[in-house]
Ligand binder design. Sequence first.
Ligand SMILES: C[S@@+](CC[C@H](N)C(=O)[O-])C[C@H]1O[C@@H](n2cnc3c(N)ncnc32)[C@H](O)[C@@H]1O
Length: 190
Amino acid sequence: MEYMGSKEYWNEKFLNRSDKLLSPEKSIIENIKYFKEGSVLDIACGDGRNTLFFLEKGFRVTGIDFSSKALERLEMFARRNNYLVNTKQIDLSTSNSLKDIGIFDNIVINHYRLNKEQLADMKNHITDDGILFICGFGYKHKVDSKIRKEDLIQPTDLDDMDKSFDLIKYIENEDDRGYFVTYIFRKKKS
Ligand SMILES: C[S@@+](CC[C@H](N)C(=O)[O-])C[C@H]1O[C@@H](n2cnc3c(N)ncnc32)[C@H](O)[C@@H]1O
């Protein structure tokens, strides 16, 4: 029963969700103006509340997740709205899982913690001036049985990003779900 959880845990969770999609992440809505026109890679997209929001805004979106049930729901919501979406079932815990994913104008990582090596690799998958948007429970969030310390984004996770990215916005905020951080990076010209 944890935040990152196993594939079975997430499949079960998505199977038991209602027919309605959750609202997009507030921080994405509030910061949509920073995104670069074009394509989005939504990493650990779940059943697509943010993917759908980007499709609605005119982006081309690829959603990846290891849960087949999440991706089936995402495809269903996209069809229902007449959007085309690209989905790929990928387990991010396997090495080099993003090797063949390609290059995007924006990458979104919302409520999933990549490791440092994977974060360092993000520069290889983003176009010049492209955006890397990271949002999730931050280091001050209260840990419980669902959200463990290992799931929290630590400031040191992003230590090495400044060689390839400019941090254009950093936000800390708290709501009824807990304590969040948002990082918006823009890729430097190569
Ligand atoms: C907290 S949800 C966030 C979903 C979505 N990004 C959002 O903001 O609504 C975490 C997601 O990570 C996915 N996930 C967990 N471990 C994963 C892994 N090893 N590889 C790929 N996806 C994974 C789950 O299936 C789930 O959809």
